[in-house]
Design a protein around this ligand. Sequence first.
Ligand SMILES: [Zn+2]
Length: 104
Amino acid sequence: MNVKIKKRIIAKKRAEELLEYAIYNSKNNVPLSIVQANIIKNLCTKFNVRLDFSNRMLFCHKCKRFIVPGFNSRIRLSKIRKSINITCLFCGYSYRKMIVNSQT
Ligand SMILES: [Zn+2]
């Protein structure tokens, strides 16, 4: 296996582990969770890692901040479009994920 691919796999694993800690700390220790989220973002950009949708929706698409559902983001289901509507409560930007023929 290529070294580059190996590095990418390790980076993804570490980013997902760190994300669990960041979500846990977002309830008690908010500054620490922000630092951890910044580390995750840097890790993903450095090694060109793409997280799964369930992890990617924890970062706002516009302002790129760490948003946790129930604390600083709102998630609603749309009956008309059959989609998940995610709203960032920092900048007010909302985006949709269609769930009709989605794999995730
Ligand atoms: Zn935002």
